[in-house]
Each structure stands twice: as structure tokens, then as C-alpha cells.
Ligand binder design. Structure first.
Ligand code: NI
Length: 180
């Protein structure tokens, strides 16, 4: 495995639409491993392929907390089937280092995707996991969270000093996953 270079805000590749993954190849499998390693290295909880310069519809997520065992989830060719509700929370992005902003998103998402064995599954997620899925999904369509921010971009350091810095970390496990 190897670390990949993370593209930063302003890099044209981050604003392009990604293409579907047609089949699992060794190259794509290595990409997935590298993305997971790069995500952990950056202390991120999600990373989409365009963030490492690859315009493919693929992202990885791990919302396990510090001290918990790693639990990476791989989403290939995801398709949002349903969203419900609303949540407001703080978001950051490995492509926008050192910054965070409040973003309003649905509190529930149901999506269809393929795992790294190209098995199709349906997942329902809430709260933080729903937020991360929707954030990563946006990357596949060339969107970064600052476009959707409900307020100014703030420096992470300023946020960490304030009392209510803890993002709500609940519902990080999927409600249900069904392979289809
Ligand atoms: Ni991001």
C-alpha cells in the first residue's frame, strides 16, 4: 500500500464528474487500499477517488472512533435512493485542510452501491454516517462542501478552542445493509 497525494481545493480535478467503475481490476483494488491508507494517514473519516486524482465513482469511509478497531467501508458506483430529514453539523474535508463549516444535510440516506468484490448492496444510514456518505458522494459529482456551507469557513484551531467542539458522533453504524 502507498499513500496518494491528496488534491486540494482549487485543483480542477475536484470539480469534475467521475465515471463509473466498470469492473474490479488489480489497479482499482490497489487504489482502494491506497485510499484507505491515505484516509487514515490524514485522520479523515472519508475519502473519494477524485481527491487522489482518479475520476472514478468510488469512495471509502471509516467512522470508527479513536481506540476502536478500523472498519473501512467501500462504496463503488453509489446511487442515492432516498434521503429524509435534516441535520446540521460541522464538516471538514481532506481537500480543504484546516477548515470546517456548518453544513445542513439530510439526516437519513438510503443508497445502493457495490463493495470491493463488486457485490451490490443497499445501505441505510443516519446522522454522521449519512453526512459522510453524502459528502463523499458529492465529490463524485465535482462538489466540495464549502459550496453548501451554512455559514463561513472557520479555522479548525478556532473551533477546537470552543466548548461545543464535539461533533455529534452517533449512529455511525449503518441501520441496515442488505446485499442484493
Ligand atoms: Ni471531502
Amino acid at each position: 500500500m502507498a499513500l496518494r497525494e491528496i488534491r486540494l481545493q482549487g485543483d480542477p480535478i475536484l470539480y469534475k464528474e467521475s465515471r463509473p467503475v466498470e469492473k474490479m481490476t488489480q489497479r482499482t483494488s490497489i487504489l482502494i487500499d491506497d485510499m484507505i491508507e491515505t484516509m487514515y494517514d490524514g485522520e479523515g473519516i472519508g475519502l473519494a477517488a477524485p481527491q487522489v486524482g482518479i475520476l472514478r465513482r468510488l469512495f471509502v469511509i471509516d467512522t470508527a472512533e479513536e481506540g476502536e478497531e478500523n472498519h473501512p467501508l467501500v462504496f463503488i458506483n453509489p446511487e442515492i435512493l432516498e434521503t429524509k430529514g435534516e441535520q446540521s453539523g460541522t464538516e471538514g474535508c481532506l481537500s480543504v485542510p484546516g477548515k470546517v463549516a456548518s453544513v445542513i444535510r439530510p439526516s437519513y440516506v438510503k443508497l445502493k452501491a457495490f463493495d470491493r468484490d463488486m457485490r451490490e448492496f443497499i445501505m441505510e444510514a443516519e446522522n454522521v454516517l449519512a453526512r459522510v456518505i453524502l459528502h463523499e458522494y458529492d465529490h463524485l459529482n465535482g462538489h466540495l462542501y464549502p459550496e453548501k456551507a451554512d455559514g463561513p469557513l472557520l479555522d479548525v484551531e478556532d473551533i477546537e478552542e470552543s466548548d461545543d467542539s464535539d461533533a455529534v458522533i452517533e449512529g455511525k453504524e449503518p441501520i441496515s445493509v442488505t446485499y442484493i
